[in-house]
Design a protein. Structure first.
Lengths: 482, 371
């Protein structure tokens, strides 16, 4: 393979899509360009400086929800009340508060997603950013109803706080940070899971929620074929009872650590637990921590993570040798993430031009934003264009942090390459090309971004208008792959 | 009217200076606010010899036999020129003296790049200049101040309206429907991709079926251009509406399978025809003092190429439409100094030779709006 081809692989497949001028930076040593990006991977970029920390946002969102409930209750009470007028006015007032609160949450969410998209357009360490997104997708959270509405505003902080900052450590620490983060606790319901024999359950009315425990085993660590049983699921659920979020419930005993992880011993299932053949004595929060550390070191976890990484960075059907290499690295380094990430760069199969990956819609939008140098598109009077790109993600069915299941988004061609989706991509390309005129000749842009295919060169140069030329580039089959 | 080159530059250049010399008022006097001018740009280069075939030219058949429309289907304009059968509404307007045809027209640009040619068409200069203002933007600066003097109707702000003077725009909400032309080009590219090629063809089949179902019951769908033209008329036909508007129709770059009575080009011509009718009808009483100018960046080769289409050429045809006081020169006629299609007459041995500078039409529009 020629040096120039590996430049494109580094920028487009490992990175998020080449930007104008980036090719020249990479060309002398593509692998080194990637390696250098691992150094600072854990630092939260300045682009997120206006994003508030999740603890504050959790509390605000939950308080907003409480007001909503009060508003509904007041309306209900008003129906039975003799003083109809007073209660109607009160209900109206509360309803207005709720509407205002909803607005501000949506506004904050939009700002966060814009900042995130803008950063992906502008970052000079796109391989590091792809890794952040890989892990954030591996540990997906998504908004929902009720208290899960808080995820509208805490998903982006979660990605930075629990994931990004852990990527120069071990998988075990990443796992712990994720499972204890309020976003995950709320998303997979563990914050309200209570040990059946715990002191908090003396009246016997409440109990376990297995949701998080199951996904830890099935999705986050061992994998669905990782050799665990239903009994293991239940046991792990018991082990992590008492793991919750402070200050979001009415219980006065649960007000410590407001908006942050809180271990509440009275909710914890007492006693020694046996998980996957290991015995865990009841030493409070450490029981769960130890269980997670052991899961992180489990051979099935190494295999599961290796398969996912190879599928993301090599091909939908990665060659077994690539998986083996990653698995060995993961096991031998006890899940040392910088070593595992560096091993990706050394996979020859990842650099093979026959091994290509279909861009997900989000990757398509990001690579477009980078290729057209739209880093400023989210600001000032350019916001409409930014809105077009955010809206496109929704049209494509990939609104950030709204994956349909805890498994996160697929990255397989079969999932995203369906006939209707391709037509949408072509329509999107046309719309973008008409509304965001290119700053330079489209042929020059093409030369900056991708290896030149003669047929596409011909079609672009024969295009009837600049916007058609750009539409052809963005909608071309070549631009759909990375 | 016919202007010499120097007059032309004065007419066009005056507007260019205005923003730099605000004290020097060149604002029009008289009834300019009571007139409307609509520029329709056909992007991609419309084949003038197919839109307005010179059926009386003995050399035509030899050049493009497969692209010819049979004599019985032609909409005759006179003993030499005819309209393509898809231009029915325009034929009606021609007969009612609401349209004139200008043939063998071109900008001064003599290369064959779409982008540069469109730049020249839109700046009114004799060479491409990416930094120059559009000539209609200049004209906007010379009209009486209004909330919105000029408007682009469509997905983007065309070069012809870009410049120092503030202009408005209106964009339809929905994503644009895919240009057939863009899709054909993409299909060629996707055919090379084993995975995506199959998927795209399946998607198109499904879409075609859905499209046919939509057609039933409402007598055929209105094309995008007709919708845009109708919208433009709604803006223009208001007392305080804009005086200038620009509409664009893409998809004229018929390199392959251009067709004759039916086919790619026939579809585009039908779309243009319906759109211009929608514009006229939507203007109501305003039509009397409206001028519509339809131009394209260049023409196409006189001879058919190897893929049943035509390649980039030079001169093409322009249409000027309007009511009784729309500033037409000889409504109901074809205005041309016909260069002929004999091989010795063709420019570079391939293109219809230009005998009229398209900028005369821009200057005439400027005069119409400012007098």
């Amino acid at each position: 393979m020629t040096a120039s081809l590996s430049t494109y692989v580094a920028g487009n497949k490992f990175g998020l899509g080449l930007r104008p001028g980036e090719r020249q930076l990479i060309a002398s040593d593509p692998r080194n360009w990637l390696r250098q990006q691992l150094k600072d991977i854990a630092r939260v970029p300045a682009a997120f400086s206006n994003v508030e920390p999740s603890d504050k946002l959790v509390l605000e969102a939950v308080q907003g929800l409480r007001k909503l409930k009060q508003g509904v209750d007041a309306v209900q009470a008003g129906k039975a009340s003799s003083n109809q007028q007073t209660s109607d006015a009160r209900a109206q007032q509360l309803r207005q508060q709720v509407i205002d609160g909803e607005k501000s949450i949506r506004q904050a969410q939009r700002e966060q997603l814009m900042a995130r998209l803008q950063h992906s357009f502008a970052t000079e360490t796109p391989f590091a950013e792809r890794l952040v997104r890989f892990w954030s997708n591996h540990f997906t959270v998504a908004e929902g109803g009720g208290v899960k509405r808080a995820l509208r505003v805490i998903a982006v902080p979660y990605e930075n706080e629990a994931i990004r900052t852990r990527l120069n450590g071990n998988f075990a620490d990443l796992l712990l940070a994720v499972e204890q983060h309020p976003a995950m606790q709320i998303y997979l319901d563990n914050f309200q899971s209570i040990g059946g024999d715990s002191r908090a359950n003396r009246n016997g009315k409440r109990g376990l929620n297995e949701n998080l425990a199951r996904e830890i085993l099935e999705l986050h660590t061992l994998g669905v074929d990782g050799g665990y049983t239903q009994q293991d699921v239940t046991t792990l659920a018991r082990i992590i009872t008492g793991w919750t979020v402070g200050g979001i419930g009415p219980n006065p005993r649960l007000q410590a650590n407001p908006g942050r992880f809180l271990y509440v011993d009275v909710m914890h299932e007492p006693g020694t637990q046996r998980l996957l053949g290991n015995s865990y004595r009841d030493n409070g929060v450490d029981q769960g921590k130890q269980a997670l550390r052991d899961l992180a070191q489990h051979p099935a976890t190494a295999r599961h993570i290796a398969v996912k990484l190879a599928r993301h960075f090599v091909a939908d059907q990665p060659p077994p040798a690539a998986i083996d290499k990653l698995e060995t690295t993961f096991r031998d380094t006890h899940g040392h993430l910088p070593s595992v990430h560096a091993a990706l760069i050394e996979l020859d199969a990842a650099w093979d031009e026959n091994n290509r990956k279909l861009k997900t819609p989000e990757e398509l939008v990001i690579s477009l934003g980078r290729g057209l140098n739209l880093g400023s598109v989210m600001q000032g009077n350019q916001r409409n264009k930014g809105a077009l790109l955010i809206q496109a993600l929704t049209t494509f069915g990939q609104t950030p942090f709204s994956a349909p299941s805890p498994a996160g988004w697929s990255d397989l061609a079969e999932f995203w390459g369906n006939p209707d989706a391709l037509l949408k991509r072509i329509e999107f390309a046309t719309a973008v090309a008409e509304r965001i005129p290119p700053e330079r000749e489209v042929l020059a842009i093409y030369a900056d971004l991708l290896p030149q295919q003669p047929k596409l060169v011909v079609e672009i140069s024969r295009a009837a208008t600049t916007s058609q030329a750009l539409a052809l580039l963005v909608a071309s089959p070549q631009f759909q792959w990375r | 009217m016919k202007l010499h080159r120097r007059q032309l530059l004065q007419t066009l250049g005056a507007g260019l200076l205005l923003p730099l010399l605000p004290g020097l008022s060149l604002s029009a006097t008289g009834s300019a606010g009571q007139k409307r001018f609509v520029l329709v740009i056909l992007r991609g280069a419309m084949d003038g010899l197919a839109a307005v075939p010179p059926y009386g030219d003995a050399n035509l058949a030899g050049l493009r036999k497969q692209l010819l429309v049979g004599d019985g289907d032609l909409l005759k304009l006179d003993s030499f020129f005819a309209l393509h059968p898809q231009l029915k509404e325009m034929h009606g307007m021609f007969q009612q003296k609401e349209m004139e045809v200008l043939h063998a027209v071109a900008t001064p640009y003599r290369q064959r790049s779409h982008f540069d040619a469109q730049n020249v068409l839109e700046t009114g200069l004799d060479h491409p200049d990416p930094n120059a203002d559009g000539w209609l933007n200049n004209l906007a600066g010379r009209l009486p101040a209004a909330d919105i003097t000029a408007m682009a109707i469509g997905q983007s702000m065309p070069k012809v309206l870009q410049g120092h003077n503030k202009v408005g725009s209106w964009t339809p909400d929905a994503l644009p429907t895919l240009e057939d032309d863009t899709l054909q080009r993409l299909r060629r590219l996707y055919a090379e991709d084993t995975f995506l090629g199959t998927q795209l063809e399946q998607g198109l089949q499904a879409q075609a079926m859905a499209g046919e179902q939509d057609m039933t019951g409402n007598g055929g769908k209105r094309t995008d251009f007709a919708l845009l033209a109708d919208t433009a008329a709604k803006f223009l036909a208001q007392d305080h509406g804009p005086s200038l508007a620009v509409l664009e129709v893409n998809g004229w770059d018929t390199h392959a399978n251009q067709g004759s009575v039916n086919g790619l080009l026939a579809q585009k011509l039908g779309e243009l025809d319906r759109g211009l009718a929608a514009l006229r009808n939507g203007m109501g009483a305003w039509w009397t003092t409206t001028q519509v100018l339809v131009v394209t960046e260049f023409g196409r080769t006189a001879a058919m190429n190897g893929t049943n289409g035509t390649d980039h050429g030079t001169a093409s045809v322009a249409f000027r439409l309007g009511g009784a006081q729309g500033g037409l020169q000889k409504p109901g006629s074809v205005i041309t100094q016909w260069p002929g299609l004999a091989s010795g007459s063709l420019l570079d041995g391939r293109d219809l030779r230009p005998t009229r500078d398209m900028r005369e039409l821009f200057a005439a529009a400027t005069t119409f709006m400012t007098s």
